[in-house]
Design a protein around this ligand. Sequence first.
Ligand code: NAG
Ligand code: NAG
Ligand code: NAG
Ligand code: NAG
Length: 506
Amino acid sequence: MALNFTRLLMMTSSLIAHVSLLVTAVSLSIAAGGSETGFLKPAASDSVYSAVGDPGMKRDGLRVGFEAWNFCNEVGSEAPKMGSPRAADCFDLVSTGKNRYHLNHKVTEHDNRLGVGHSFPGLTPKSLHDPDLYAAEKEIYLGNLCQVAENKNDTKPWQFWMIMLKNGNYDTNSGLCPENGKKVPPFPSTRFPCYGNGCMNQPVLAHQPTAVEYGSDSGPVLRGGFNGSYDGGNGSYFEVVWEKKVGEGGWEFRHKLKTSKLYPWLMLYLRADATKGFSGGYHYDTRGMLKTLPESPNFKVRLTLDVKKGGGSKSQFYLIDMGSCWKNNGQPCDGDTSTDITRYSEMIINPEVPAWCAPSALANCPPYHITPDNTKIYRNDTARFPYGAYHYYCAPGNAEHLEKPYSTCDPYSNPQAQELVQLLPHPIWAEYGFPTKQGDGWVGDSRTWELDVGGLSSRLYFYQDPGTKAAKRIWTSLDVGTEIFVTQKDEEAEWSLSDFDVIITK
Ligand SMILES: *[C@@H]1O[C@H](CO)[C@@H](O)[C@H](O)[C@H]1NC(C)=O
Ligand SMILES: *[C@@H]1O[C@H](CO)[C@@H](O)[C@H](O)[C@H]1NC(C)=O
Ligand SMILES: *[C@@H]1O[C@H](CO)[C@@H](O)[C@H](O)[C@H]1NC(C)=O
Ligand SMILES: *[C@@H]1O[C@H](CO)[C@@H](O)[C@H](O)[C@H]1NC(C)=O
């Protein structure tokens, strides 16, 4: 296992023109008994390569985007003077002399503040005054400004890492969110947090454009960030700051997320999304970092995670959240929200989050578990089913052939129906390099993970109509971050993420 991964690392790094990483890989290969020359052979890199534009977050010229979503992954209405909640910080680093640099920014603050009513190149007229459509097209526009292509013939250009912020408030009287992808009229309900009119607003967003700082003895440092609040600094807060030494190491993304009485349910993730097509949770064309879409079982994810503050008992910290989309008949999604289904699987590493799946609560378990040697264990097999490995399973609300008992997913929090397979650390995941016990990867246990996300996701249960051809499990989003659910207190989470890479292994 360790040796294989060393080989993997070597192959990935051969694609990056970054000397310090190469040195690390070579010394690793020596430690593992590999040969230095083997790593220069071009043949092997055909089968093992990075799926992301910036493998391991090592590139000085950063590409990062920002997006904010309301409860059903739309905008609803823009915050005053903030423009559409899509922004980016993308630049190339230019040397201007010995140890002096200039940042050639690709996106201006004017671009970042663009909002409904203000046209930009490529905007279709029907979107000019529609905040939801406008945001989707603004993402494409920012993507064009940030896009990196190796050369004119590059068929796999890429755009940015994506910071995603979501507000869990839902005003059911607003009529804003569809039910399993179908428009429904406003209805009264107290199931969701909402203090009243305006609870689904977009945040105030501040930007510290990346700049180079020369103060440190160890050389120039690049630093920038986005931050803001939903209630004008009255409680809720989010912040992502990125930092890197020029020419050395990789970017560290430091996140903070704070809930408040009025905004008790917030989500903040860093995503590697598809560079085109529908990423997890979207129903429109997106931009991102995954220039090759990983397909189960042949890919791994490598990243370093340091959780500093957990975010309380209801913080569902995801290491990692994978998102995709396919229809119940196994066909790929095509943007028709009445039949497209978002599919998510999430490993929750907060040890305070319990397994809701239990012998006495089979509706919260997937119908079966599949072991690494492909044995199917039904959830009614109380002697063998790993109940503790599943927090919660819920089926798509529009699935027509569900096995009883079942629980269906929230029909409102995505633009279409969704399915969730939520996992917990458990010894049965050891084979895939995932957390095996409560507390793994949590506060005080910072680690670099090498997750066989492809292997694990190939053996998870996902619903499909009987007799239909199995969907290709192609993942359009891989995210890390937390979803803090409603509690009685203001909660705060803090973590840093670095070294993110997605490695295709075949
Ligand atoms: C791009 O494609 C054209 C036409 O196929 C070819 O002539 C040219 O050499 C290619 N350029 C690069 C940089 O690969
Ligand atoms: C963002 O952070 C800066 C400090 O870097 C702070 O002065 C500012 O108030 C913050 N903005 C918001 C909207 O939270
Ligand atoms: C923040 O709180 C103050 C005092 O309660 C209030 O006047 C102000 O409107 C609040 N700001 C926002 C954006 O809610
Ligand atoms: C367990 O579930 C499977 C699949 O639904 C079913 O075929 C089997 O009869 C069940 N066994 C028991 C003992 O209920």
